[in-house]
Ligand binder design. Structure first.
Ligand code: 0RA
Length: 665
């Protein structure tokens, strides 16, 4: 699953910071003369984003990207990823193999240069669309620098070459170890655990990326094998991805759990002004817009010029078709750009030789010349589609009209909520027990399942900086509701007003005034049972659909109340897993287990205020899971499946993922 929650204890957040310049002896002066890989080890986050779970996985993406480049050049068909038992990784490909000849200037094997010199990889194959900034594209030498051990094996020109490294430094010269009639490159690396705060690979995270790469690069087979785990048949867990239809199959996959309005995706593939453009789009009966854009296989979360070109062409072409058809004659108000995208799932993929990445997370394409290229391709091809498919065209225009009407209803409902808030002066919900601190950076809000647990939390919290908002029962499933409906829901209104965040301005129906957020940590606290998990998912769905920025900016957390209390006399231990429980029994029972009592907590209500504080609320001792979105496309698919109408895929998913959750069914 790609809506990820990572375990962390607040007090551990600050661990493993890179040593300051003073401590390690590299002053600003020496940085400038630091050669290559030393700089990567000194400032790893600058090269791979961070040194947590994301950075750890980026190492794999980086190596796989090199093989994908070889596939884009037309020489590689198969890429295999292995997760070994020690969490080292192997990536194999059947491309031409990294060149191994001696380079005159350096008097070293080209392989050694590629592996040990920053940005050297790109020098050799200029003609492919290599990323020059952003998240990936830093080169395999970065992975090498951040690995305690790396081994390269290259097969080409009838021979097998190898070289090994530690922290990026060669352990010996490139050597020939055998003969082979195959070609290809194999990289095996073990990330340096003095650099990364995480060391365990998540199969699901890697799998989601490989699936995405298969759709983005039709004709390439990507296989992943997890040697840490076996299935019932005694085989390693493994998945293989291959797409013949590319983005056309990608949107069908994304909309698997939604009701299609047109039978087949609208598909366009073309090249304009030297930019290859591929687009697939599908309309469904939902109320959400679901656009995903890529540049050189990198997910551009923040959009950019390629998305702008797509939007412009979509609005212009559909509007002009709708006007010509006369279907808009009865409309009382203007249609807005947003209305053309309600219920739209689309993937846009472009290749740009020298991409400029901008934005906060460097995932926004800046190249101006791409707007026109995408606009022209989409405009022409969409127009042809509409002319040739009048039945589908009518369905789409009907959907657009419906969306415009719904948008007006939603705006009215939203304004009503906002005006009411203003009338009651500040307008905080009556059920909110606020904190006294006013600095949002310091403040935490607990969203608590049920009035009774809410009451306990109010007693147990630190009222200086912790606020509590009890939620009654199940909040509305926003996945199935039209927007105006959500403003009639008491719990959702309370969340909006407590957070101080509202959606929609006169200019933009979607804008969030996130600068008004009153709490920088929002903690969802529900029972550790099936109902509790369901309520957590409902709340997450609401944040995902209506306040995604809160998740993206790292404000949303899930509380994890303990599952067991182990007690003997005055001694007691809390346990979050069966292993912890058994360890606690052994410890305080000192292998006379007779008088050890074990209580299985079913709900928050079984704890008193002091216990709840100690285990779940106190920043010193609680375990919070931070919610993040690993892959927006996959997250969207999973939300639509978990919260949609179809029961079968949901049951499958829950059965498959039950091992990840403490669900007591
Ligand atoms: C540059 C030139 C050639 C191959 C590669 C790069 C190459 C790099 C990687 C990285 C992972 N797998 C790879 N496969 C190939 C070949 C040039 C030639 O043979 O003429």
């Amino acid at each position: 699953m790609s809506v990820k929650t990572t375990e962390l204890v607040d007090s551990e957040l600050e661990t493993k910071k890179i040593m300051s310049e003073k401590e390690n002896g590299y002053g600003a002066e020496s940085i400038t003369v630091l050669e290559g890989l030393e700089a990567v080890r000194l400032r790893p986050a600058m090269y791979i984003g961070d040194t947590g779970l994301r950075g750890l996985h980026h190492l794999v993406y980086e190596v796989v990207d090199n093989s994908i480049d070889e596939a884009l050049a037309g020489y590689c068909k198969n890429i295999e990823v292995f997760i070994h038992t020690d969490n080292s990784i192997t990536v194999n490909d059947d491309g031409r193999g990294i060149p191994t000849g001696i380079m005159k200037k350096e008097n070293k094997s080209a392989l050694e240069i590629v592996m040990t010199v920053l940005h050297a990889g790109g020098k050799f194959n200029k003609d492919t669309y290599k990323v020059s900034g952003g998240l990936h594209g830093v080169g395999v030498s970065c992975v090498n620098a951040l690995s305690i051990h790396l081994k390269t094996v290259v097969q080409r020109e009838g021979q097998i070459f190898t070289q090994e490294y530690s922290k990026g430094k060669p352990l010996y010269d490139v050597k020939v170890i055998g003969k082979s009639d195959k070609t290809g490159t194999s990289q095996t690396f073990l990330p340096d655990n003095t650099i990364f705060t995480e060391s365990v690979y998540h199969y699901d995270i890697l799998t989601a990326r490989l699936r995405e790469l298969a759709y983005l690069n039709k004709g390439v087979r990507l296989t992943i094998t997890d040697e840490r785990e076996k299935n019932e048949k005694g085989e390693f867990i493994s998945d293989s991805f291959f797409s013949e239809g590319g983005l056309k199959e990608f949107v069908l996959y994304l909309d698997e759990n939604r009701e299609k309005l047109i039978p087949e995706p609208i598909y366009m593939e073309s090249e304009k002004n030297g930019f290859p453009v591929e687009v697939a789009m599908l309309y469904n009966s939902s109320y959400t817009e679901n656009l995903h854009s890529y540049v050189n296989n990198i997910n551009t979360h923040e959009g950019g010029t390629h998305l702008a070109g797509f939007r412009r062409a979509l609005t212009r072409t559909l509007k002009s078709y709708a006007e010509k058809s006369g279907m808009l004659a009865k409309m009382k108000f203007e249609i807005d750009g947003d209305d053309f995208r309600e219920g739209l799932t689309a993937v846009i993929s472009v290749k740009v030789a020298e991409p400029q990445f901008e934005g906060q997370t460097k995932t926004k394409l800046g190249n101006k010349e791409v707007i026109g290229a995408v606009d022209t391709v989409v405009g022409e091809m969409l127009n042809n589609f509409l002319e040739e498919h009048p039945k589908e065209a009518k369905v789409i225009v009907d959907k657009v009209i419906l969306a415009a009407q719904a948008r007006h209803a939603a705006r009215k409902a939203r304004e009503l909520v906002q005006r009411k808030g203003a009338l009651t002066g500040g307008g905080l919900p009556g059920k909110l027990a606020d904190c006294s601190e006013k600095d949002p950076f310091q403040c935490e809000l607990f969203l608590v399942e049920g009035d009774s647990a809410g009451g306990t939390a109010k007693q147990g919290r630190n009222r200086n900086f912790q606020a509590v908002l009890p939620l009654r029962g199940k909040i509305l499933n926003v996945e199935k509701a039209m927007e105006y409906k959500i403003y009639e829901n008491e719990e959702i209104k309370n969340i909006y007003t407590a957070l101080g965040v509202f959606k929609g301005t006169a200019e933009d129906d979607r804008a969030l005034n996130i600068e008004k957020l009153r709490y920088h940590k929002i903690v969802i606290m529900c029972d550790a049972d099936v109902d509790g998990s369901h309520i957590t998912t409902l709340i997450l769905t609401f944040f995902f659909r209506y306040m995604k920025e809160l998740i993206e900016n790292g404000h949303i957390y899930i509380a994890t109340p303990p599952l067991y209390l182990v007690k003997k006399g005055k001694e007691q231990r809390y346990a979050w897993t069966e292993e912890e429980r058994d360890a606690a029994i052994a410890e305080i029972g000192k292998n006379g287990k007779d008088n050890v009592g074990v209580q299985r907590y079913k709900g928050l209500g079984e704890m008193n205020a002091e216990q709840l504080w100690e285990t779940t609320i106190n920043p010193e001792s609680r375990k919070l899971r931070k919610v993040s979105i690993e892959s927006a496309a996959e997250a969207d698919r999973i939300f639509s499946m978990l919260m949609g109408d179809d029961v079968a895929p949901r049951r499958d998913f829950i059965e498959k993922n039950a091992r990840y959750a403490n669900i007591d069914a």
